[in-house]
Design a protein around this ligand. Structure first.
Ligand code: UDP
Ligand code: MG
Length: 334
């Protein structure tokens, strides 16, 4: 069998060499044929140059592709999965937060017949507020939205060829991998590991992008949130009807009293806000339909390697990994 390791990299110049050394050391110990597929997600630092260097240095076991701009980690993982030719594929971050020593364990579990081997990080060392918010979020998603998401489970995992092909057969433009992994199912096994701190460089997550990622997670699978909106609307309308009955009753019994302006304003503002949220919700779904309808490629490749003998120095060979755009009809040609 052959093992592929897919690594999305965005501005990872600072750790890339260290990462490559560590992963290669771990892989060499296994005595299994392997390949490393690096995807440069439109980095603005020297990541691409490093990748060219690595591809030169380790011909035969290293390939890379480079996007025309930053398309996001989801697109980079998709490109890597398409490029991977192994019987099993491991997805890993470039920042050494995913310990390469675990590859061996993943492979053992794969050989026991599991199609997805998932490394689940413990929240050891995270800030308490962040941990609590994550817990709350996952509980909410699991109760309200039908796809099972687990706290601490990320993209660090091994996928069998069967699972990779299943993922590649999902053509959607809005990709939320955490959910897609769970959606495809198959025989999945999870084990815990302690997350390491980032070795160098910095995280690409800001609070705002985390919130948006959370919203994506809620909306990416089904129309459950719209159904929830209907329920909320019905509940509010019933409350309003009860309140109206109560006011009428009070007026009949005690006569008309001074009207409650404050109550009125609070209700108007509150309902206005709620309506905006619901409109936004519907808008999000329409926006997703809009993006799907355009059928744009998930990414554009500007360069890929290894460089063939005889091509101009320093330039990757665009033909080495297939066509420059992702053509959905031919998912594995890249
Ligand atoms: N990454 C990427 N494209 C992006 C952002 C991140 O390919 O637009 C890569 C990044 O290089 C790293 C992995 O995705 O290998 C995880 O990113 P990061 O470490 O910033 O996320 P965190 O570990 O903080 O969740
Ligand atoms: Mg990281």
């Amino acid at each position: 069998m052959k093992l592929s390791v897919v690594v999305p990299c965005y501005n990872e110049e600072a750790v890339l060499s260290r990462f490559d050394d560590a992963v290669r050391a771990a892989l060499d110990r296994l005595a299994v044929p392997y390949e490393l597929c690096y995807v440069d997600d439109g980095s603005s630092d020297g990541t691409l140059a490093r990748l060219r260097g690595l591809a030169q240095q380790h011909r035969g076991t290293t390939r890379y592709l480079s996007f025309s701009r930053n398309f996001g980690k989801e697109a980079a993982m998709l490109a890597g999965l398409r490029a991977a030719t192994g019987d099993a594929v491991i997805l890993m971050d470039a920042d050494l937060q995913h310990p390469p020593e675990l590859i061996e364990k993943m492979l053992d579990l794969y050989q026991l017949g599991h199609d997805q081997v998932v490394a689940k990080r413990t929240r050891h060392g995270d800030r308490r507020l962040r941990t609590a918010l994550s817990r709350l979020y996952y509980r909410a998603v699991n109760t309200w939205v039908d796809v099972e998401l687990t706290d601490g489970v990320g993209d660090f995992r091994l996928l069998s060829r069967k699972a990779v092909d299943a993922l590649l057969a999902l053509p959607e433009y809005n990709r939320f991998s955490k959910g897609l992994f769970s959606w495809i199912g198959f025989d999945t096994v999870t084990f815990d590991y302690r997350n390491a701190a980032r070795e160098a460089g910095e995280t690409k997550w800001r609070l705002g992008s985390l919130v948006n990622y959370g919203i994506d997670g809620m909306l990416s699978f089904n129309c459950r949130p719209l159904r929830l909106a209907i329920h909320a609307g019905l509940a509010l309308a019933s409350l309003a009807a009860l309140y109206a009955l109560w006011i009428i009753g009070a007026a009949v019994v005690g006569g008309v009293t001074a009207p409650g302006y404050v109550t009125l304003v609070a209700i108007i503002v509150g309902l206005g806000g709620l309506q905006m949220v619901m409109l936004g919700l519907i808008g999000e779904y329409i926006g997703r339909i809009y993006y799907e309808a355009k059928r744009r490629p998930h990414f554009l490749v500007k360069e890929s390697g290894p460089v063939r003998e005889g091509s101009p120095a320093g330039e990757g060979d665009a033909a080495a990994l297939g066509p420059a755009t992702d053509v959905s009809a031919a998912p594995r040609t890249l």
